[in-house]
Each structure stands twice: as C-alpha cells, then as structure tokens.
Write a protein that binds this ligand. Structure first.
Ligand code: NAP
Length: 335
C-alpha cells in the first residue's frame, strides 16, 4: 500500500472556538525534494495556544495562516531525503513544518538538534519555543531579584512551569495560579513552588493576600482577564508585569477584556510589558545551554503531555483551552 502524507489544513476561520468546520483532513502524496530542498518526516508536532491567534485574519507579530494551507505548527522530525548542502539524511531538525507527517523545506528556519543530548520532544518544550519564552520573558522583562515574590498564571503549563522553576533558582518566593487541585499540588510537590492558588475553586484575590503577604514584585501572566485584574490589586512599588499571553481571551467573540485595575501601575510606578519570544532568537543557544544544565542537575523538571495520532489534532488542540493538558502539549504523528 502506498504511504500517504496525512495533513490538517485550515478550511475556514473560526468565530470563537475552532470546531470541526475549521479544518480539512487531507491525505496527499508524499512529495519529493527539488534541488535545495529537504524532505522531513515529522515525529512530533507542538500544540500551542498561539495557534488560535494564527487563525484570525488580523495584524499580529506573524502572518495569519491562509485558508487552504497546512496548519502552521512547530515540529521536530528527521531528514529522510536531501538535496540541500547543509542537511544530510538522518539529521534531526526543528522548525515550523506544520500539522502533517511529511514536509518539504528549503531549510530556512530549520535547526539541527541532537537526540542524544535530550529527548526529541524537549526541543518543542523546555528547550524549544515555550522554554525560550519563559526564560527570556522572566529574566529580561520580569527581572526577578532574590527575595522578591513572583506570581505566575497558567502556572502548570509549558511556559508557566518553567518560569516558576527559574524564579525559584533565582531565590524568589514563587506562587502559581492554576486550575484544579491536582495541578496545584504538582506545583508545590514536584516543581518546588512555595504556594499555589486553584483559580477554579478559590477566590484569587483572597488567596493572593494569604500567599503573598509582602505583595507581588513580578507577575508573569499567561492568562489575562479576571486573574490579571486580581493580581493588579496586590502589586508592589516598581512591580514588573510580563504580558506573555491571555489564553482566557483567545476564543472570545466579544472584545478582549482589558484590566480595569490598571491605575495600580500608576500608583505603584509599576510597568507592564508585552513579550514575543522570537525577539530573542539570536540568544536561544545561551538559554538552551542553561536550561539543559538545570535539567541535568535535577534543578528543573520538564513535564510533557504527549497525545498520539495526527487524526486527533482538532480535539487535542482544544485541550489547551479546556485546561486538559498537564504539561507541554505535543502531538505524536510519526516514528
Ligand atoms: P499551557 O499553559 O501549557 O496550556 C494552556 C493552559 O492555559 C491550560 O492548560 C489551562 O491551564 C490554561 N487555561 C486555558 N483556558 C484558561 C482560562 N480561560 N483561564 C485561565 N487559564 C486557562 O500553554 P503554554 O504553551 O505554556 O502557553 C501559555 C501562555 O503563553 C499562552 O497564553 C500563550 O499564548 C503564551 N505564549 C506566549 C509567547 C510569546 O512569545 N509571547 C510564546 C509562547 C506562549 P489550567 O488548567 O491551569 O486552567
């Protein structure tokens, strides 16, 4: 039987949550590389909240995915054919190869990775885009100092879990906000957070008062909405608020809910700053080396949530927005 390339393409731009109507499942012929191209057999596809934003026909830090295109996604896989001088058959590469099992590439944006140094899936998580986001977002924008209090929303996720662990390494008191008892317990027992707030079952404002008696110096926000407003009531003089994401708002059919407590920035001479991971691309090797060292020494843990089967893509993607992923969400699409 001829092997086919299973792909997910964008069929229609969703209003609100993506649904079955958003996607086209296609089985196409596996292409052959032309001169200057490689054929990559994809093993893992990264599922990221940002993918929801890429479906909107709106100005952003990156072009929207076009209707009819294979859905954009970070991937890791192996070069199985090469007509490119810089890549050999057998090389492992990360890059945006999309939600498909085989991808042609001209090598632009492809980076070789070594599966002997770390499991391949780590290059989509702690050693990949979420890892770089947490590392640079916290250290460059959050500027945590030993003894300060750092609060993180979306704390049990790919970015949040890493941010909290780095803040602990830097000598901070760390409080995570996450959904559900199990995730909160994990933050304290496994990742070494000082406290955790279960926003689904606790009053966040009250819990912040209890867990951050000295106020909040750094807030790393992955969630936005009400949680951002709640934390704004507890910030200290010269606090830094890192706007990494606002997942609570991504599927809104109404305008994004902005923070009504923003004048707390004025009162506290505090700053709120947005970050985009790609701005630090030149420095990724520095971060990868340091994070790799922390993992090796046992100072940092990388939790992954791997789902098998490219067919499951639409449902698996939605796990991010339902809080059903526990760690970096990855789709395994090939061996
Ligand atoms: P993740 O945290 O692993 O997964 C998403 C998590 O968000 C879910 O597990 C869920 O956790 C939480 N969530 C979903 N809906 C929510 C809601 N309505 N209210 C509160 N929490 C909700 O995802 P990630 O990859 O690490 O990304 C985290 C954030 O970073 C996202 O906002 C993403 O867009 C952003 N990001 C930004 C950049 C950048 O360059 N700026 C780069 C990468 C990621 P609970 O079970 O705890 O609710």
């Amino acid at each position: 039987m001829t092997q086919l390339n299973k792909q997910w393409k964008l069929k229609a731009r969703p209003i609100g949550e993506p649904s079955a109507d958003t996607w086209d499942y296609v089985e196409a012929e596996i292409p052959s590389p032309a001169d200057g191209q490689i054929l990559v057999k994809v093993q893992y596809v990264s599922l990221d909240p940002a993918m929801r934003g890429w479906l909107n026909d709106a100005k952003s830090y990156i072009e929207p995915v076009q209707i009819g295109d294979v859905m954009r996604a970070g991937t890791v896989g192996q070069v199985i054919q090469s007509k490119h001088d810089a890549f050999a058959v057998g090389d492992f590469v990360v890059g945006h190869n999309g939600v498909q099992q085989y991808a042609l590439s001209d090598g632009k944006g492809m980076h070789k990775v070594d599966p002997k140094l770390a499991p391949l899936s780590y290059y989509l998580g702690v050693l990949g885009m979420p890892g770089m986001t947490g590392y640079f977002g916290l250290l460059k924008s959050g500027e945590p100092k030993s003894g300060e209090t750092v609060v993180i929303s979306g704390a049990a996720g790919a970015v949040g879990g890493l941010v909290g662990q780095i803040a602990k390494i830097k000598g901070c008191t760390v409080v995570g906000i996450a959904g559900g008892k199990e995730k909160c317990q994990f933050l304290i027992d496994e990742l070494g957070f000082d406290a955790a707030i279960d926003y689904k079952n606790e009053n966040v404002r009250k819990a912040l008062k209890q867990t951050c008696p000295k106020g909040v110096d750094v807030f790393f926000d992955n969630v936005g909405g009400d949680i951002l407003d709640d934390v704004l009531t507890r910030i200290n003089f010269k606090a830094r608020i890192v706007i990494c994401g606002a997942i609570s708002q991504y599927n809104n059919t109404r305008p994004v809910k902005g923070p009504s407590n923003y004048l707390s920035l004025l009162v506290n001479r505090a700053r709120m700053e947005g970050i985009v991971v790609f701005d630090n691309a030149k420095e990724y090797p520095v971060a990868m080396q340091e994070i790799g060292g922390w993992i090796k020494s046992g100072q940092m843990k990388a939790k992954e949530h791997i789902v098998e089967g490219i067919e499951t893509f639409p449902d698996t993607l939605m796990m991010l927005f339902k809080g059903q992923n526990f760690g970096k969400l990855i789709l395994k699409v090939g061996e």
